[in-house]
Write a protein that binds this ligand. Structure first.
Ligand code: PGA
Length: 257
């Protein structure tokens, strides 16, 4: 099954609302022709309304970097899926920085995935092992367990809207990236085969799986030429208009018809 590639820029805690709007105004025309690729930017919460307004009518879609699973209530500092719904098509959950600094648990990632799907938004669920786990040979069972926990109770018919981002923690923001062959192996065996075990092969083949971790124009082709890698979740290189446009051009060329 042909899967539409998806490249998402995770801006993390970067760009004020004004900077974010200026950035997408410059970016959007450069991506207009790349309709073979789903193009997504994930500003901070604060910039979401302004970026969504600036991109109105543009094919570039907007993601939030997190969400709370409850609709409202006494959850100081949190923002619900319902509050984000007018502005976003995607919500990133389970990012390793949220798991590390905000105590994001597999159980909460699962609650968030359910709330996001119920609101007709697409979750991008990030998984990936630490350096210590990688060196101890625990990558495959650990990633399988993360994928399984995140998707507990998800209805099979919702699965084609789910995007999984495999991001080895040791490759995030470090300049060290997994080789294309290694990322393909882990994505195939720990993500796609796990999805097949949970939901059947047809559904597993419909789910898009991104690689993330020090993706840049120089290594993008290595990932995009792998059969099980359907795009990238990009941090650092997504903050630069030319680099992000180059990543999308490479995805369009490598994956396009
Ligand atoms: P990076 O970040 O591209 O800067 O390594 C990726 C991510 O955290 O999603």
């Amino acid at each position: 099954m042909a899967r539409t590639p998806i490249i998402a820029g995770n801006w993390k805690m970067n760009k004020t609302p004004d900077e974010a709007v200026a950035f997408v105004r410059e970016l959007s025309p450069k991506l207009a022709e790349r309709s073979q690729v789903d193009r997504v930017v994930a500003p901070t919460f604060l910039a979401l309304p302004a970026v969504a307004a600036a991109l109105g009518g543009s094919p570039v879609k907007v993601a939030a970097q997190n969400a709370h699973w409850q609709a409202y209530g006494a959850y100081t500092s949190q923002i619900s899926v319902e509050m984000l719904a007018p502005y976003v098509d995607y919500i990133i959950i389970g990012h390793s920085e949220c798991r590390a600094y905000l105590n994001e648990s597999d159980e909460n990632v699962n609650r968030k995935a359910q709330a996001i799907l119920a609101a007709d938004i697409n979750p991008i669920i990030a998984v990936g092992e630490s350096l210590a786990q990688n060196e101890a040979g625990e990558t495959l069972p650990f990633v399988r367990a993360q994928v399984t926990a995140a998707l507990k109770g998800i209805a099979p018919q919702d699965m084609p809207r789910v995007v999984i981002a495999y991001e080895p923690i040791w490759a995030i923001g470090t300049g060290k990236s997994a080789s294309g062959a290694l990322a393909e192996h882990i994505i195939k065996t720990a993500v796609r085969d796990t999805l097949a075990g949970l939901f059947g092969r047809d559904i597993a083949e419909a789910v898009r799986v991104q690689y993330g971790g020090s993706v840049k124009p120089a290594n993008m082709e290595e990932y995009m030429t792998q059969p099980n890698i359907d795009g990238a979740l990009v941090g650092g290189a997504s903050l630069d208009v030319e680099d992000f446009a180059a990543l999308i051009a490479i995805a369009a060329r490598s994956k396009g018809p």
